[in-house]
Write a protein that binds this ligand. Sequence first.
Ligand code: GLN
Ligand code: ZN
Length: 766
Amino acid sequence: MVSSAVLGFPRIGAFRELKKNTEAYWSGKIDAEQLLKVGKDIREKNWKLQKEAGVDIIPSNDFSFYDQVLDLSILFNVIPDRYTKYELSSLDTFFAMARGLQRKATETTKAVDVPALEMVKWFDANYHYVRPTFSKSTNFKLNGQKPVDEYLEAKALGIETRPVLVGPVSYLYLGKADKDSLDLEPISLLEKLLPLYVDILKKLADAGAKVVQIDEPTLVLDLPENVKAAFQTAYSKLAAAEGLPELILTTYFGDVRPNLDAIKELPVSGFHFDFVRTPEQFDDVVSIIGEKTLSVGIVDGRNIWKNNFAESVDFVKKAIAKVGADKIIVATSSSLLHTPVDLTNEKKLDAEIKNWFSFATQKVDEVVTITKAIAGEDVSAKLEENAAAIKSRKESKITNNPEVRKRTSEAQADESMAKRHSDFPTRLVSQKAKYNLPLFPTTTIGSFPQTKEIRINRNKFSKGEISAEEYEKFINSEMETVVKFQEEIGLDVLVHGEPERNDMVQYFGEKLNGFAFTTNGWVQSYGSRYVRPPIIVGDVDRPAAMTVKESVYAQSLTKKPMKGMLTGPVTILRWSFPRDDVTQKVQSYQLSLALRDEVNDLEKAGITVIQVDEPAIREGLPLRAGSERSDYLQWAAESFRIATSGVEDSTQIHSHFCYSDLDPNHIKALDADVVSIEFSKKDDPNYIQEFSNYPNHIGLGLFDIHSPRIPSKEEFIARIGEILKVYPADKFWVNPDCGLKTRGWEETRASLTNMVDAAKYYRGKY
Ligand code: GLN
Ligand code: ZN
């Protein structure tokens, strides 16, 4: 009998309960017990929902208060000493590792001042995990038993679950060495770590778990030989241990074929593959199944489009023909963490378009329906409804605008569209003459604190409770505050602060044709930060200017240059749910043309420093080397250049990147005049070195904007000093890691003041 499985369900709650309560806990409004209860309620709801839908294999331990990888670091006691010395509760240690903690001493507690661990992209998703950080002094031992507790919690509700764990090879490989142990290669810790996996798996088995979903997503990466070999070591050891549950080795987000040798003989009871992303791997991966179970990832865990039942049923039947029905599991392609919770909560979507979508709750049903169809149950009504929705999308006017298609292919053919008039050295001369900036020019990345007041006003405006004039007046007054503040502390290139923007992608999506929006379609980006990605439903174009009014007003308030602020084509694409009926490349070119019109309009209106953010450019990089990756690099860079190359030499194009280890060569291809990159938590000296030859100007981010912690002036001076050892002073901009929207005013004011003072200190020295 074919069974159905879900690999993970969103843990944020249908109405962002987790965020609201986590933040309430951080600000002291609720206590730990109350927060733990919220987690428990969410888990219960999720399990029951899946149970009632008829899912056979329901996940547990897919819940986390921040990040599932950080959960494992806590479980295995991979906790750097700097977090343990304060004797915080385990929940607070967890949050301190996630987001840093700075707290004044009280009568009963010591002062705390510790930065967060590094946070990085989860493969090519817009999710971020907290990087396991290993040291020679890491004292591996089990710290609690979260996976067991949650398994038992479900069991107590009468629900049998399949616990999820990130596997040992991926856990190590996704980590890094701590500052004090830079020559430590995490994978070398495998022997030390494995006994803990044995322990926790044994505990799960003792609690009653028959099967565990063990995630090894690194199998879709290009792996070094020693990491490939680690799979054999790890899984033989686990197989040799007595009394462990069965393991389903789970991969997702890509192609496993290049690593097939590393896993084909593994003594596990089954494999899961992502056939949504890479259906082409079918024949090869099936060849290693033998007597094992094959979990067929067929319902997309990364996008919101309705599954095509007819195609999925055929696909699963193909698998059955190869391995037999009793070995087949019909599953989501990955965890559903990356999809919004429930489409039925969307009341404002156009009915036709809404009928093309499926969110996590609906995907659970899809898995069940496909399984039933295979089993021969009568689901004909559902199949027909599904076929009608697929047809409606294919034939809709929204998905095919001949004018946009024409402009896009013309632009692709015209090389001059993607090239500035002159090379960087020539542009630099005009820009120097025009702006006359000091050495170590200071700037910020765009947003300033999005205060409660801003959110309230935006809300009121969208509900029609205040008029457009009132809202504009409010936004203007916010810009006035931000500009005044920046002048006061002496920043050189100012920003308007982005008070009018709910989100750097949504804001643009709302002004472009071809997008749809949800009211509640949140997905977790990191910790308590969720995003509500727009959905690219059709061909994209720009009906009118999007940012000119605000930038022009902000410029009118100051003599200093005001930086226009746009989100780049690749980032808009990556942080939206893209179409799956048109290539990403075409979607990116459509966006780049819309942005080109905006850049040109800004320049015409006198805004001649323009930042086009591409923080997502790195995450879009195909996970493996090869032609897909080189194609991507080509079209991603070209899209950026199409957007930014319609301007004069003296117009200074900035760009910004964050959340990832960047390759300077990829950034070079954009030919921006100035780039700013996240940098404050990069301890690896090679990383600084790699950027020292970057030809254009660059701002290496000097403080972590994810943390409320305030670095002192001395800390900035020390950090800049470090960088200046390898980095040329005349190319060096001074800025934070990223925008400040998630910060409060108090820490923003203090941090930026210290940062500017440090820049002034170095101006005095050079
Ligand atoms: N300009 C944006 C901001 O400051 C950039 C955000 C980002 O890179 N994530 O908010
Ligand atoms: Zn950023």
